[in-house]
Design a protein around this ligand. Sequence first.
Ligand SMILES: O=C(O)CCC(=O)C(=O)O
Ligand SMILES: [Fe+2]
Length: 410
Amino acid sequence: MSYSSPVSPEQEEEVSQLLKDIPDRPYPTYDELDYETYLKAHLIPNRPFLLSSRTTSTWSSSHNFRLPSTEAGPSRPNLSALRPYAHHIVPIANTYVPQYSEFERTERPLGEVLDLWERGAEEGRGLYVKDWHLMAEIEGEGRGVEEVYEVPQCLRDDWLNPPYTPSPRARSQTLAKSTTASTSDFRFTYLGPPLTYTPFHRDVYGSYSWSANIVGRKIWWLFAPDKLDKVKDKHGELVFDVRKLEDEGGGVKILQEEGEVIFIPSGWHHQVVNIDFCISINHNFFASPTLPSIHHTLCVSQKRVEEAISDVKEMIIERLGTDTDAWEKEWVEEVQGLLERDAGWGWKGFWETVLQNLNYPPAAENLSPPMAMRDAWVREVIHLYKTRREWIYLAEVRRTVEEIETLLDM
Ligand SMILES: O=C(O)CCC(=O)C(=O)O
Ligand SMILES: [Fe+2]
């Protein structure tokens, strides 16, 4: 059985409206991108690009997950090819039920969602499987991710995810990373019917992301950090859906064709709508050129946490007084605990990730920035960190930073 399309005439109309007036792409699309161009024209200046479908044409998923379309155009999804993963418990957003600044979220076995889509059930129409850790699941089951994809060469210097290996990961390799934040896995798979979407957002930690369309096409709206003036509501808050705004908020609109990979710069807001039934794979990631902006994003997140719990600071001061610095140590630790829950990591995770990637560079030298440049970015963030009071009060983190300094001969 395959996907039976329950798209209503209204939805078809919506799709054709979305496809109207797609402007020319203001960013390059490469058949092949050498590392030097990637670094100098995109990573460092933080500029988007796309890779053509040539990049993904050799991926297993490009063959297995696609059923040829009846007409010229994008493929249909081969849902039967996803059955081997039916037992994975996957996060699902119901895009028909917005909730606060997200959608209603549930977790279900993938097989149940595939059933709904194959039956053409009404209930399945707005469901979007997102943030499914397919690669981690495959590796956890002792197989290699080559059964799905291959990370493009220039994107292998990835400091946030386990280093790319096509074949099954040796147990020792999985364990080596297990004490650091970089074990956290940001290799996601997304699948959903036409018009399911991801609301306007910026990616975790201020990371970059790349996203490959295995099946179907997506429309992206991209907003550079200095282009956010038209995407705020009357309270000054960022909107949920830029399609509701005049001129769609003035973002750069891009139609990403099947097979193409898009690169989203660090700190850029974006929104994504699936035009066809889509299966896509993305990585959130960063590398040494992004360290200063990741550092900055963590500082901003920390400030927000501090403001949210300023009453706790008063309570600590009341209890311990200000004669010694005991209150400040407790406050700094309290803030880190909440930061880890709120932002996903704190300074411990940040510096352990840096150390880990210096000790075990994830990509070959010719696919990474020159060592002197890498070290200069690391030095820059060490210098910034040393002006913070966490440098004084978080002793364990200080030892990690000192280990990094030794590595860099500082
Ligand atoms: O494809 C989607 O729905 C969202 C992808 C996304 O936000 C990303 O790759 O950063
Ligand atoms: Fe994103």
